[in-house]
Ligand binder design. Sequence first.
Ligand code: FES
Ligand code: MG
Length: 592
Amino acid sequence: MTQKKKPSDLRSRQWFNNPEESELTAMYLERYMNYGLTREELGMKKPIIAIAQTGSDLSPCNRHHLELSKRLRDGIISAGGTVMEIPVHPIQETGKRPTATLDRNLAYLSLVESLFGYPIDGVVLNIGCDKTTPALLMAAATVNIPAIAFSVGPMLNGWFNGKRTGSGTIVWTAREMLARGEIDESELIDLIASSAPSTGFCNTMGTASTMNSLAEALGMQLPGSAAIPAPYRERGQMAYATGKRIVDMVWQDLKPSDIMTRKSFENAIAVNSAIGGSTNAPIHLNAIAAHLGLELNNQDWQDIGYDIPLLVNLQPAGEYLGEDYHHAGGVPAVINEMMAHDLLPHPDAATVNGASIGENCANTKITNTDVIRPLDNPLQQKAGFIHMTGNVFDSAIMKSSVISADFRARYLENPDDPNALQGTAIVFDGPEHFHHSIDDPALNITENSILFMRGTGPLGYPGAAEVVNMRPPNYLLKAGIDALPCIGDGRQSGTSGSPSILNASPEAAAGGPLAIIQNGDPIRIDLNTGEVLLQIPDTEIEARFEKLVRDGGYPIPDSQTPWQQYFRALSGPLSDGMLLQDAQNYQNIAAK
Ligand code: FES
Ligand code: MG
């Protein structure tokens, strides 16, 4: 690829070598020299490369980036760049209250300001734990300076009693075992801890593995980067290669908008089905696309993704974990297999290394055909998302790859009405209400109940909680019913295997019809037409809405922090990517 930029074109020269502002230039130089940088490293011939550092003690999933960044630095310096490591607002999925998604937009905003307002020519995005990947890609999209993503990598496989224990996924299993009395509290902790045996992000195909795989499918990481486990030798080597590459990308002026095109988003949607990716992916990819000025919506996920088979046999939809995925060939092997059957929409889409995604993945063989299945032996046909609509919400997502055979046989294989189910609503107002009352016999939950969770969207539970995967009451679990259909305006953890209809928008707190559903209402879910219908007369629906308005609307709890208040005032619905109002109007801002 040809070099488009000369040293005199570098953005950082406006700070460090600006003849029209010589006093300011001297002041910037003096301060950045005060920790030892030299004139040679600042503002002459070297691009300034930021490492957007998401690792910290608060962020254990990404903490290994602190170590790996040494190898990123080596790569950047060896290619002739100067490094400035910059802190990113922490987003730890398992630590942040009330929910980590609340901070995706905050990390986005703060990184945009850092990249825009400082002398930075290119950036390495240290991605990993769930929301770090979308936050950083969204910021790179808005600022549009050369950017390359670098995964911290998944944890090693977890093991317990000779069986693989997957991070996140084991929590759901362990809770059910505790509820059934099969383990006690201390065994619960041992079991869950076994699933996190090393540094790195969740080793299941949860939101982290999904978003890191999709960052590679979008073309934003070097090929093969997403799946290398965090502690492996190759992870450090990939850091070095990534550091070298970003310097060349600056000279080539290869920007996020050159790589993340509509084509690459369509590829990512198809890959998401093949890997069994998380239902959080549409929220985040729709947001990244919007920041690039591209149209992408939940219907695209069904249109492009639904027919793609599930190839990657990772928990929660399958058996294996991150190390197995890497050894079987990772993202390039999945894409190569898809290409061999014409299932990758755009093999010619660009990537950060200058080659197309098709060129990068060609000839990457699957080396374990049980972990990554060939297309003639998939785990499931048609494994993509179903875009659900109806009179209960305008848009929601259902992940078809986690509907178990047992669930399908029990609910969906009625010869008179295949792919549809009829049930009655049981409604919970938030996770606390659910936990307190799920085992209450007075609710009379049966195997024909459909569990609703509301008050958990972006406004109701600021940021939208991962709580729609609801377990059945203990007495049904003991009777062998391990899943009930769930519907909600919150999200579902990507590590959960629950057959749920999620991200329902508009949410109850924004005046959506979920707010008027009552226990006992008849509900029909039709996976053929993609509809959820509340089957009560229109006059009754109108009367309930009038009462809701008279009562002051669905209750929204008080904000606990200033950011929660700003977030609630400015964030959109999950279906549109939970975007901050007007933020997508700021595009390509470094060029202006
Ligand atoms: Fe951080 Fe899963 S909790 S990656
Ligand atoms: Mg999660």
